[in-house]
Ligand binder design. Structure first.
Ligand code: Q46
Ligand code: ZN
Ligand code: ZN
Length: 359
């Protein structure tokens, strides 16, 4: 018999016991056939993240970590969980210039940093597209004739990569959760995008000019990261980005949620069985091409030989990289063009035979 659930998954009207301590449960996880009290749910989330890190060899205890922070539940949850596990993890927030949404999301990121990160010795780094580069996402998208999500994804990838390398970080962490990964997989399977399928892994090793990228939340669902924030007292931005309305990614999530309700565990099975049994069957595409959550879009650089961009030094297959071209078309300018130099980051650097897109 299905139990009634509150919006955040908290149980209502029924006395349900925590699987571990038999105390009152606040969340039920049909996929795990378990209910948890706040304390043991927090421990469950931490265990899932630890397991993802160790199963996929994501990072080492001594690594310096940079977390891509948006002010939403996933990025704040992963930052908090990594700090709780003792990692040295700083955050990076990028102001995208998307009206009120950006002002509000920046506020959530800063408040988290002050209340939860700085007391644990971590800091929030900030980049503002308008102040630092002279353009915003809506304007940049119009000027470059890209969709907003395409201009946004390109900007974020470039700036996160760059900040990780310039800051000497070993790993760039993103808050992609199980729902994100399953939805991207679903979209790629629907169109049999074999090049993307071959790269959809939770770890993208470092290689010349690109940092190591990992997704420690792949074992947690969206509902679980939201619940984690609530029980941990983390205030996050609930609103979706106004540019995300109607994108395919959200439709795939809804379709998978329907299936999950009827058959709990389907989403995790779909994604993890793919990683175990299918991903190796699809040939990887060359480095430097990523997709972003919510975009269904890829910055399809020519997969030729990568050389430093003539403007910013980032690896590109064209003379001037896609980011610098976007900035130029949008009428902006980079702060100070750094010297052109390819960079290798992390112990595990070198060519990546099994690259992974960010979803
Ligand atoms: S922030 Fe940027 Fe997303 Fe907004 S414009 Fe699209 S990609 S939806 S994750
Ligand atoms: Zn308990
Ligand atoms: Zn460039």
């Amino acid at each position: 018999r299905r139990r009634r659930r509150g919006a955040s998954g908290h149980l209502r009207g029924q006395r349900v016991k925590c699987r571990v301590c038999r105390g009152p449960a606040v969340i039920d996880l049909p996929r795990h056939n378990a209910n948890f009290c706040p304390e043991h749910f927090t421990r469950f989330c931490r265990d899932q993240v630890e397991r993802a890190i160790s199963d996929f060899d994501m990072m080492q205890p001594e690594d310096r970590i940079l977390v891509a922070v948006s002010g939403g539940k996933d990025s704040l949850a992963v930052w908090d969980l990594l700090l709780g596990l003792g990692y040295a993890a700083d955050g990076l927030y990028i102001g995208l210039g998307i009206g009120d949404y950006s002002d509000t999301s920046g506020g959530y990121a800063r408040r988290f940093a002050q209340q939860h990160a700085e007391p644990r010795g971590a800091k929030l780094i900030e980049i503002d597209l308008v102040d630092d580069y002279g353009y915003d996402i809506p304007g940049g998208a119009r000027a470059a004739r890209r969709t907003p999500c395409s201009a946004c994804g390109l900007s974020k990838r470039h700036l996160f990569d760059r900040a990780a390398l310039d800051g000497g970080y070993d790993v760039l962490v993103t808050g992609h959760n199980l729902d994100d990964e399953a939805a991207v997989l679903f979209g790629n399977v629907l169109r049999w995008q074999t090049d993307y399928l071959g790269r959809q892994r939770p770890v993208l090793p470092a290689r010349d000019g690109f940092p190591r990228k990992v997704k420690p939340l792949v074992r947690l669902s969206e509902r679980e990261t939201a619940a984690y924030c609530i029980v941990s007292g983390i205030d996050y931005l609930v609103d979706e980005c106004p540019m995300s309305a109607g994108n395919k990614h959200l439709g795939y999530k809804e379709a998978l949620n329907e299936i999950e309700v009827r058959s709990p565990g389907s989403k995790a099975d779909f994604y993890f069985s793919f990683l175990r049994r299918a991903v190796d069957r699809f040939a990887p595409e060359p480095a430097g091409i990523d997709t972003e959550p919510g975009t269904g879009d890829a910055d399809r650089a020519d997969p030729g030989v990568l050389a430093p961009c003539a403007r910013c030094g980032s690896p590109t297959s064209t003379e001037v990289c896609a980011f610098c071209r976007l900035v130029e078309r949008a009428g902006g300018s980079p702060p100070d063009a750094p010297p052109a130099r390819p960079v290798t980051l992390g112990r595990r650097g070198g060519p990546d035979p099994t690259g992974t897109p960010s979803p």
